[in-house]
Ligand binder design. Structure first.
Ligand code: ITT
Ligand code: NA
Length: 184
């Protein structure tokens, strides 16, 4: 089957393409869509999927994600994209200077919708730590300033990251549901 992944983020798309390559033909639709102002990423993904399905008249997936840092009460969370584009990784490292608690989570919400249908969402959470300096050039976004059990995420190949990430969990949740659905 063919799926359309609406995202402007090439890093996200690359990971999804890798993870799904055995099951689906995934095409990137590089189109921004209105994002609800909400703290609930699941709601943003559901609304975005519905909007894009009606707009494109195709079955679509969207994904809304973010990095939630414990010591910053969940910041940047739903603002992750904006914060990445403004103060960036250096800005986050600055905020984290002298902070001992480095715990954070990446969260991913995959939203899927067909034209005329209701959206469904799938969640994935990945517990990571905020590093003390930038390391690696492999990933995107906050990858260079996060590590998983001391392994710099910025040094992970797509395949390696796809074995453990928040995105893997959300996408595989969707895959299981979808493959079951098309059997019927
Ligand atoms: P689209 O909305 O067009 O898909 P976006 O980059 O704006 O692209 P989001 O609104 O979901 O996507 O923003 C999530 C941000 O969180 C993203 O821009 C990254 O900075 C960060 N992020 C999400 N997943 C990440 C990951 O696996 N590694 C590093 N940073 C990530
Ligand atoms: Na976005």
């Amino acid at each position: 089957p063919k799926l359309y992944f609406v995202t402007t983020n090439a890093g996200k798309f690359r990971e999804a393409e890798h993870l799904f390559k055995e099951n689906f033909d995934v095409e990137q639709v590089n189109m921004p869509y209105p994002e609800l102002q909400d703290n609930d990423l699941g709601k943003i993904a559901a609304y975005g999927a519905k909007y894009c399905a009606e707009e494109l008249k195709k079955p679509v997936m969207v994904e809304d994600s973010g990095l939630f840092i414990d010591a910053l009460n969940g910041f940047p969370g739903p603002y992750s994209s904006y914060v990445q584009k403004t103060v960036g990784n250096k800005g986050i490292l600055k905020l984290m200077e002298g902070v001992e608690n480095r715990k954070a989570q990446y969260r991913s919400y995959l939203g899927y919708c067909e034209p005329g249908g209701e959206p469904v969402t799938f969640e994935g959470i990945w517990h990571v730590d905020v590093s003390f300096e930038e390391e690696g050039t492999m990933g995107f976004g906050y990858d260079p300033i996060t590590n998983y059990r001391k392994y710099p995420i910025g040094e992970m190949e797509v395949e390696q990251k796809n074995e453990v990430s928040h995105r893997r969990r959300a996408l595989l949740g969707f895959r299981e549901w979808y493959l079951e659905k098309i059997k019927q």
